[in-house]
Write a protein that binds this ligand. Structure first.
Ligand SMILES: Cc1cc2nc3c(=O)[nH]c(=O)nc-3n(C[C@H](O)[C@H](O)[C@H](O)COP(=O)(O)O)c2cc1C
Length: 86
């Protein structure tokens, strides 16, 4: 059973291409180490991210994002579980 977490957040300042690519690369590498998948969307200064994997791993990453100076405190959607990855 996979744990899913979805949140929305706002960038503290608009992100340009290189910053987004760097955030994505860093996130993908770390998420892979923690067996986390999902997606990260950015539009007009707002983020939406889906994180999925073991609950403890997802919560650890989410905790880090919650304290990240690059975005406002993330607002979570209600948690859910699924049998398969998205
Ligand atoms: C909108 C947003 C989404 C992020 N998503 C992830 C993520 O999926 N995985 C991850 O490891 N870090 C993500 N980060 C970065 C973390 O908040 C944090 O900076 C990073 O994990 C710390 O890594 P370090 O301790 O190696 O410096 C995200 C940051 C922001 C602003």
């Amino acid at each position: 059973m996979l744990f899913h977490l979805i949140y929305v957040s706002t960038a503290v300042k608009p992100m340009i291409g290189d910053e987004l690519v760097s955030l994505l690369e860093q996130s993908r590498a770390r998420n892979k180490r923690h067996r986390i998948t999902g997606m990260l969307l950015y539009s007009d200064g707002h983020f939406m991210q889906v994180l999925e994997g073991e609950e403890a791993s997802v919560m650890k990453i989410f905790e880090d994002i919650s304290h990240d100076a690059g975005c406002t405190r993330p607002a979570r959607r209600p948690p859910s579980c699924a049998d398969d990855r998205a």
